[in-house]
Design a protein around this ligand. Structure first.
Ligand code: SF4
Length: 500
């Protein structure tokens, strides 16, 4: 290995986030450092919102340490930050926020460094609602660099959101998980891993095979560069998530065609293989029977929610990161075959659930059955029975009317264009090609969630014309989701009668 000073002249400094990235994958770290402007690394609205929520949690965490001092010099002014940290520690303040240290060509800023006796307690603040394994390398590199700068770290914790907390003040917002032992076990390996990362960064792009690390601890943004795009990649086998994909790769099974004939497969997977081999849509004869509850309803509704999901809960009784509906779209098939539409989208920061429930109960009151896709809507309706107790009876009655189209799809239909997925967006194009989301501004539920939260909670800062534009985009998106269910069911009814 080269000496550190020679390497330092050729590569940018490491940081705690780079170290953690490198612990996931050296190739990912190489691209992150050498291609910082890569499109894949530019945060989209959803990621930016996660950063913003993380910042909000970090600021709230600091209020738990009265007398703490924030290191305020900009992050690029590293020597100044180090000097400010040194001064703050020497002044004997009870806690330093963003305490900054540099050693081994690595820069760390510790969320909270609390004075405890002769040593210090290191606190890493996370917006997650539990402590996770991935937090250990993150805390360990901070503890190692601080110690290398002569600051004694005696204990460490992850301060995260408490899943038992309920808005507005039921319990404590933060929970504390002691990680002293796990960090102490990890620290001895830190200098070697830092050196490996620095050496790797000084060289060409490393060759790292794909595997489970592409998904854990978080989805790698460079998946499109490394993962083959072919529809018969083993990751496209129905019902196979990252873990089972990685297990197949470990066995040398890269494509669906590599599966040995003796492989134990589910009914859906066998049907997928048949559809792929024969390049055709497969419809099970059981479809007609499974559609009977849908066909027998005189007035059939189609319901879809969009939700908000905030780290720090915003409405009564909500837990951190709990989803709460703030919008619905509802189509109803009338006895004469025509369709009516109703919708609701919250305005302003106050609890949207009571008015939403009221509007939804009114819209669905005459429906015999109500169609949803997956159990998402059912779960939200159950939760709202607690959140809006005055309408709990009506919500329970609505819950009893729900019919899920997703299991019908899974049990009865496969088209090679599904690519192993039964998500509504994935199945729509092969089955109902004339209906797309291409003309819409918002085409993704996660973006919708972030945009709703922005409209509700920072509305004052959004110009009126933008507010109206985003509102319309949200209404269009949610309406398209229920209309997609309408068209999907029409298609399935055709297929069941042999006219599809
Ligand atoms: S996709 Fe996988 S192998 Fe490629 S850079 Fe990301 S984590 Fe590494």
């Amino acid at each position: 290995m080269e000496g550190r000073s020679e390497l330092a002249a050729r590569i940018p400094m490491l940081s705690k986030s780079r170290f953690v990235t490198g612990c996931q994958c050296h190739k990912l770290l190489w691209w992150t450092v050498h291609e910082p402007d890569a499109t894949e690394l530019q945060p989209d609205k959803v990621l930016q919102d996660l950063f913003d929520q993380g910042r909000q949690v970090g600021e709230l965490a600091r209020t738990r340490f009265p007398g703490g001092v924030l290191i305020e010099a900009p992050h690029f002014a590293r020597p100044e930050r180090v000097a400010q940290t040194r001064a703050a520690l020497e002044s004997g303040v009870p806690a330093v926020f963003e305490a900054t240290f540099i050693a081994d060509d690595t820069y760390v800023a510790i969320d909270v460094l609390e004075k405890r006796g002769k040593g210090h307690h290191l606190i890493e603040v996370k917006s997650s609602s539990s402590q996770k394994d991935e937090h250990i390398p993150d805390v360990a590199v901070q503890a190692y660099i601080a110690a290398a700068c002569g600051v004694e770290i005696n204990s460490a914790e992850v301060m995260h959101l408490n899943k038992e907390f309920r808005h507005p003040d039921d319990g404590e917002l933060f929970a504390h998980s002691d990680v002293t032992e796990a960090v102490a076990a990890f620290v001895p390996g830190v200098p070697d891993e830092l050196a490996r990362q620095q050496e790797m960064l000084a060289g060409p792009l490393p060759d790292v095979p794909i595997g489970l690390h592409c998904f854990e601890p978080r989805d790698c943004p460079f998946m499109k560069r490394c993962w083959p795009d072919s529809p018969d990649h083993i990751g496209h086998l129905c019902g196979v998530g990252p873990k089972r994909t990685a297990a197949y790769l470990d066995r040398g099974i890269r494509s669906i065609g590599d599966l040995p004939p003796t492989e134990h497969l589910t009914f859906q997977q066998r049907r997928q293989l048949k559809a792929m081999a024969e390049h055709r849509l497969i419809v099970e004869p059981t479809l007609k029977r499974q559609l009977e509850p849908f066909a027998s309803a005189e007035r059939l509704g189609f319901l879809d929610f969009e939700t908000i999901m905030r780290a720090v809960p915003v409405w009564p009784g909500m837990a951190p990161w709990q989803q709460a509906p703030a919008q619905f779209s509802y189509h109803q098939r009338q006895p004469d075959g025509s369709y009516t539409h109703a919708e609701y989208l919250a305005e302003g920061p106050k609890d949207a659930r009571p008015p939403l429930v009221e509007a939804m109960i009114k819209a669905t009151s005459k429906a015999d059955r109500v169609v949803m896709y997956t159990s998402f809507e059912k779960t939200r309706i159950r939760e709202m029975q607690r959140a809006v107790p005055q309408l709990a009876g009506e919500l329970a009655a609505l819950e009893a009317k729900l019919l899920d189209l997703h299991p019908v799809m899974r049990n009865c239909v496969y088209h090679p264009g599904f690519n192993g997925s039964y998500s509504l967006k994935e199945i729509l194009t092969p089955l109902v090609p004339e209906l797309t989301y291409d003309d819409l501004v918002i085409v993704d539920g996660r973006v919708a969630s972030v945009e709703i939260a922005r409209l509700l909670f920072v509305a004052g800062k959004i110009p009126r014309h933008e507010h109206d534009r985003v509102r319309k985009a949200l209404l269009d998106y949610c309406e398209r989701d229920t209309w997609a269910m309408v068209k999907l069911l029409e298609k399935l009814e055709e297929l069941a009668t042999g006219n599809g």
